[in-house]
Design a protein around this ligand. Structure first.
Ligand code: ADP
Ligand code: ZN
Ligand code: ZN
Length: 732
């Protein structure tokens, strides 16, 4: 039989590579196994995606694969199918897609199970009663020699004998000289506590939600768990998963931030007496492999992880949960730009299981889905237990001038809450000391030499730093143009920290942002100071706002709500509403009622007014109407072609060719641009973009399928770095 292997190899090329099988093909090899192949001068490991009868490559030029690494596919069949689909959907090279789904050590050939294959001489050979091999079979002799001590040997001692060692062993096995076995050991993963924590008595809404999820087990459903902050969504997950485990199935739980997984994992570990595997970017290679194996073998009954955990192979997946489903970190922003939330839905569909999307501030995509299918909406309108929903108030900065970023009503409230022995959380999504270094003499402000952006003042490190390209230079005191003394203008978390320490010297303070907790373990240590009650004032960025449960926080201050109020980005208002409500949700989660103060210069802005009076649902319905009128997603589908080059003209010229090709082929897709990106120069490159916009997904995908190979083939493609982003969440 003429059999050609089509292999996905980790390269940026949008294609499969054809090989001859390592040995004569009697039976068709299983798709989804790893195959070792020669690639240029290297040996690489790819994944077998198809077997065909003929290749476009001339027979004489086809190279032979070295070896089949697996006998069984690495991915379960639904996952394998999902990966192929997502390579197409996101228009990303399939080899890179497969590689991103494999833990590093598997991509380098480690076994998929921790059972090692071992070989030993058969008793006859050991006893010398069988005359083995012709003299010239030197390779086989080398193998036999290594095995001659009669012990079991695994890959670690045999693989370095020669490249084709597996084939050699197979020959020896076929001749009855050697036999093989699998030696297994269980993965060292999280183990259950001796005494599980008490199960909470569910509130009525929680109970209905759990019941609905449990009734959906065994078939596909996309359920939206819309529960206000502190409504007990996690308890719903825990009790739904109890039912999954009773069915003998596994649950996959995705969380947006690596910083949040330890809290989530602790709550799960305290509840369940089953092994739990954790998968996130903070693991070492061997920890990651171990978690992955435990998930694939079915040993781990619950898998908790961040974005990339969506690619975990699972033996008996029964339920997927995506916590804080609105969170932007589910979308990978470079390379393979997938949305883990959307892939989770696609995976659940293939698998025929329910998925639960949980959030206090659901994405408009998810809300629209439940408007069309109301039975899939599970609501938790109230906080769990005795906790009250916090009250939101606006502080008009036009009436109450802020001093060092803090207005008088805010300062008085902070004092009041501190005196009542509560904790106070202040949120400002801008790290550093000040966003601008400004010269009052001539109007100069410190620019980044590589970006169209200003440098941020970092007083502690005595530096000016670009938050876009990480460029750093020393902080200066005078203007390079007119030599007048310069001033730091505006507020960052560092500056707020200084101001608070002066005003409330008695209140211990922690600052939580990427500068203050950059090292591993620092965040945990800082959070411990918050939970112990030692810290009274908490200042931070998004890092502090998401998901945390701080029962003693009774006042939350949003120092600047105005960033994003007037952005032209179509998702800006959604993001702003979500971040305001998420940070507000940190207030009053314990016994003390919560208060939220929002400083703004635009108290009449409809977005703020709606949030105050109608809550997230009111905001979301209005936002959906606006999106519908403007034909933006979720009422349409978009893809963004980005190009960057050393000059803007080069990038624009390339995209203009793309535009001309696109317009010719698809009348149902609007092609908008090319236009310079909002921040045109970044890290020394000039950037432009072309927006493809369609009423539905079909025409957009049809266009991309033909357009991208044409772009690959353009000579100008070599002069730019370009990429495609399907369902982009940021338009720059
Ligand atoms: P969410 O994830 O919706 O923000 P959590 O699951 O963190 O909310 O729950 C908030 C708090 O309420 C937690 O301290 C949790 O233990 C508590 N809680 C949840 N459900 C109940 C319940 N049914 N009865 C009492 N307390 C509950
Ligand atoms: Zn000057
Ligand atoms: Zn820069």
């Amino acid at each position: 039989m003429n059999c050609i292997l089509r292999i996905a190899i980790d390269t940026p090329l949008r294609r499969l590579f054809d090989y001859l099988p390592p040995v004569h093909c009697n039976t068709t090899p299983t798709l989804g196994i790893r195959v070792g192949v020669p690639f240029g001068r290297r040996r690489v490991i790819g994944v077998l995606v198809a077997v065909t009868a003929h290749s476009d490559v001339p027979q004489a030029k086809l190279r032979r694969a070295h070896e089949f690494i697996d006998t069984e596919p690495v991915f379960d069949s639904h996952l394998f199918n999902l990966l192929q689909w997502s390579a197409e959907y996101y228009r990303h090279p399939i080899g890179e897609v497969m590689a991103s789904a494999l833990p590093g050590q598997l991509a380098q050939g480690a076994a998929t199970t921790s059972s090692r294959e071992c070989w030993q001489l058969t008793p006859d050979v050991s006893a010398g009663s069988q005359q083995p091999l012709p003299k010239r079979a030197t390779r086989l002799h080398t193998l036999l020699e290594r095995l001659s001590d009669g012990a079991w040997h695994d890959a670690t001692t045999l693989a370095n004998l020669h490249p084709d060692w597996r084939t050699g062993l197979r020959t020896l096995e076929q001749r009855g000289l050697v036999h093989r076995t699998l030696k297994t050991h269980a993965e060292a993963i999280e183990h259950p506590p001796p005494q599980p924590a008490a199960i909470l008595q569910l509130g009525t809404a929680q109970h209905t939600a759990v019941q609905h999820i449990v009734e959906s087990l065994g078939h596909f459903a996309t359920l939206l768990l819309h529960g206000v902050t502190g409504s007990g969504k996690t308890e719903v997950y825990l009790q739904a998963i109890t039912a999954v485990i009773q069915r003998g199935e596994q649950a996959l739980v995705l969380a947006p931030e690596i910083a949040l997984t330890p809290q989530l994992v602790t709550r799960f570990r305290n509840r369940f007496s089953v092994p739990i595997a954790v998968i996130h970017s903070g693991l070492s290679d061997s920890e990651r492999l171990s978690s992955w194996r435990a998930a694939r073998s079915g040993q781990a009954r619950i898998v908790i992880g961040t974005r990339s955990a969506i690619f975990t192979a699972l033996q008996r997946l029964g339920l997927i949960i995506v916590d804080e489903e609105h969170d932007a970190s589910y979308k990978q922003q470079e390379g393979f730009r997938y949305s883990a939330r959307d892939l989770a839905i696609a995976r659940a569909q293939r698998q025929g299981i329910p998925i639960v999307l949980g959030s206090a501030t659901p994405s408009l995509e998810s809300l629209l889905r439940t408007l069309r299918k109301p039975e899939d909406l599970l609501s938790l309108p109230d906080r769990a237990g005795d906790a009250q929903t916090p009250t939101l108030k606006l502080v008009d900065l036009r009436q109450h001038a802020a001093n060092q970023g803090l207005s008088t009503p805010v300062m008085m409230s902070i004092r009041k809450h501190l005196d009542a022995q509560s904790q106070v959380l202040l949120y400002l999504n801008r790290r550093g000391f000040a966003p601008v270094l400004f010269c009052p003499g001539c109007g100069w402000s410190a620019p980044c030499p590589r970006c169209d952006a200003r440098l941020t003042v970092h007083q502690r490190r005595h530096k000016l730093i670009c938050h876009h390209c990480a460029h750093e230079q020393p902080l200066r005191n005078d203007c390079p143009v007119c030599h007048a003394p310069v001033k730091a203008v505006g507020q960052g978390t560092e500056r707020i920290e200084d101001a608070l320490q002066k005003i409330y010297p008695d209140a211990p303070l922690v600052r939580i942002d990427r500068d203050s907790v950059s090292r591993k373990g620092e965040l945990d240590a800082t959070l411990a100071r918050v939970h112990s009650g030692e810290a009274r004032l908490l200042v931070g960025t998004q890092m502090l706002s998401k998901g945390h449960h701080f029962p003693d926080v009774s006042l939350v201050v949003i120092l600047d709500a105005d960033q994003g109020l007037f952005s032209t980005e179509f998702r800006a208002s959604e993001r702003l509403a979500q971040s305001i409500l998420q940070v507000a949700g940190r207030a009053g989660r314990g016994d003390r009622p919560g208060e939220v103060l929002i400083q703004t210069e635009f108290p009449d802005h409809p977005l703020l007014q709606r949030l105050l009076h109608e809550g997230y649902s009111g905001f979301a319905h209005a936002a959906l109407q606006e999106r519908e009128q403007a034909h933006w997603p979720p009422f349409s589908r978009i893809a963004l072609l980005r190009a960057e080059a050393t000059t803007l003209a080069t990038a624009v010229t390339f995209l203009r060719m793309a535009q001309q090709l696109a317009v010719k082929q698809q009348k149902k897709v609007n092609v908008l641009g090319p236009a310079p990106a909002p921040m045109t120069r970044r890290a020394g490159m000039h950037r432009a973009q072309l927006l493809l916009h369609a009423g539905s997904v079909g025409p957009l995908q049809t266009l991309l399928a033909t357009l991208l190979p044409q772009l690959d083939a353009l000579p100008d493609a070599k002069r730019v770095r370009w990429s495609v982003d399907v369902d982009p969440i940021e338009l720059f």
